[in-house]
Structure formats: structure tokens, C-alpha cells
Design a protein around this ligand. Structure first.
Ligand SMILES: NC(=O)c1ccc[n+]([C@@H]2O[C@H](COP(=O)([O-])OP(=O)(O)OC[C@H]3O[C@@H](n4cnc5c(N)ncnc54)[C@H](O)[C@@H]3O)[C@@H](O)[C@H]2O)c1
Length: 247
């Protein structure tokens, strides 16, 4: 029970990787607040977790909206008294070749992946500084190395790494660790429903030293390491969960 008595916020936790991170933290004793823009999915997920006897709570919000982020942070502080862990997981893609990428495609991805991580880190950091303790884990992506058709996503996720390193230097003196996990191709329901899922799996097996697609559990294991005191002398670092595939 590594997270007994810990309060964690997981953004984008209603589905996919975030849901698995939340599940693992709950299993290890945490109180978890799931914040997600999808209100229905957020409530469904919380219901599922509560039926398993877990201490899970829904606080829907759009990570790119300052007032909504401030409200989640304030409500968490009021209801639970502290915030030990923040996982900035919410993210999305809007892929297009650069010549066809619309301004909205750029703004949407940068707002959710990068600005959302900034906003949550900013308001959670105020509380973490006052309690002289905290763990912030940002979910980046192997795509920061560059993928065709993902200029917006690659730029946003590179930004997430810059944010991670800057905050690590700024907040270390307050006993706050800030690290990033960079997943490669991970099997979520969105990927399973992709019309070319079988072909994508074959290519991953061909190109990756570890011959499979990653699981949400693979990512959650890395996140829980950074969220725990087992990594207390590590900050500003990136853990790649890519099956050894870089580039
Ligand atoms: N799945 C992969 O292969 C993969 C690889 C590398 C990185 N990632 C990153 O992992 C994270 C989770 O991805 P996933 O594959 O689980 O995606 P997903 O689509 O399954 O889940 C993302 C969740 O974020 C929520 N969300 C989207 N926009 C939001 C907003 N504005 N505010 C709050 N919540 C919002 C969605 O409602 C959803 O529940 C993302 O940051 C993604 O970029 C995923």
C-alpha cells in the first residue's frame, strides 16, 4: 500500500492510460480524484471504482480552462485537506500534414497537452509548496522525437518535457519531484478500434526491440514509480515506456 493516506489528482482519468493509473493508485491505498472533460465517462469510471470499494471521486473539468482547473484544485484541498500527487495525463491528437494543419488543430492540441499541464501544475504547486511535499508526473510521448503528421502533438509533448525540467529545478527545494513518462504505442480502446489495428501491431513488432504493443499497465507502473517515494532522489527526468523504440 505505497499510497495509503495519499491524495492524487489524475487528469484525463476517465479512460485509457489515465484510468489505469487511477486504478493502480487506488489499489495501493490512494484517494484519487479523476478530472476529465467527458462528464459521463468520468462518472461511469468513478461508479466502477466505487463498486470495487475504492476511494475515487469525479471532478470533471477541461484542463485548458483556468477557472475549471482552479476549481478542481480548490475543491480537492477543501474536501481532502491536501494534494500529494498530480498526474498530468489528459491529452489528444489532431493529426495532419503541416500544409493541411489548421490553426484550430494546433491550438487544441497545444492547449490540452501543454497549457493544461501548466495550469494544473501551477495551482497544485501552490499547495504542494505550502505542505513542502509533492509529486508531479507529466505524461509526454515518444512523439516528442518527431512524427510526420504530428507537428502539433510533437511540439506540445516537447513542451511538456521543457515544463518538467523547469519545474523540477524550481520546485526541488520544496521537496517536490517533477518527472515525465514518455509512452510509445500503447493499446487503449481507441487503438483497438482503429481500422488498421492488426497492421499497426505488426509494424510495432517489427520496429520495436520488445516485440509487442505496450499496455496501459506498462505506463501506469512507470507513473507509480515517479509518484512514490522510491524515486525521491530523481527529478526532471524522463522515463521512456516504448519497448526500447526511439525515433
Ligand atoms: N495511447 C498511446 O499510445 C499514447 C502514447 C503516448 C502518449 N500518450 C499520452 O497518454 C495520455 C493518455 O492517452 P490515452 O491514449 O489514454 O488517451 P484516451 O483518449 O484513451 O484518454 C484521454 C482522456 O483525456 C480526456 N481529455 C481529453 N481532452 C481533455 C481536456 N481538455 N480536459 C480534460 N480531459 C480531457 C479524454 O476525455 C479521455 O478520457 C495522453 O496525454 C496521450 O498523449 C498516449
Amino acid at each position: 500500500m505505497r499510497f495509503h493516506d495519499c491524495v492524487a489528482i489524475v487528469t484525463g482519468g476517465a479512460d485509457g492510460i489515465g484510468k489505469e493509473i487511477a486504478r493502480k493508485m487506488l489499489t495501493e491505498g490512494a484517494t484519487v480524484i479523476i478530472s476529465d472533460i467527458n462528464v459521463g465517462a468520468c462518472e461511469e469510471t468513478i461508479k466502477e471504482f466505487q463498486l470495487s470499494g475504492f476511494d475515487a471521486h469525479a471532478m470533471p473539468a477541461d484542463v485548458a480552462k483556468k477557472k475549471e482547473v482552479m476549481s478542481v484544485v480548490e475543491k480537492t484541498k477543501e474536501q481532502f485537506g491536501k494534494i500529494d500527487i498530480l498526474v498530468n495525463n489528459a491529452g489528444l491528437v489532431r493529426d495532419a500534414k503541416i500544409t493541411e494543419m489548421e490553426e484550430e488543430d494546433w491550438d487544441c492540441v497545444v492547449d490540452v497537452c501543454l497549457k493544461g499541464s501548466f495550469l494544473f501544475a501551477k495551482y497544485v504547486a501552490e499547495h504542494m509548496i505550502s505542505q513542502e511535499y509533492g509529486k508531479i508526473v507529466n505524461i509526454a510521448s515518444r512523439a516528442y522525437l518527431g512524427n510526420p503528421g504530428q507537428a502539433n502533438y510533437a511540439s506540445a509533448k516537447s513542451g511538456v518535457l521543457g515544463l518538467t525540467k523547469a519545474l523540477a529545478k524550481e520546485l526541488g527545494k520544496h521537496n517536490i519531484n517533477v518527472n515525465a513518462v514518455a509512452p510509445g504505442l500503447i493499446e487503449t480502446s481507441a487503438l483497438r478500434n482503429h481500422p488498421k489495428f492488426e497492421r499497426i501491431k505488426e509494424l510495432q513488432k517489427r520496429d520495436s526491440p520488445i516485440k509487442r504493443v505496450g499496455s496501459t499497465e506498462d505506463v501506469a507502473n512507470a507513473v507509480l514509480f515517479f509518484a512514490s517515494d522510491a524515486s525521491s532522489y530523481i527529478t526532471g527526468d524522463i522515463l521512456h515506456v516504448t519497448g526500447g523504440r526511439f525515433g
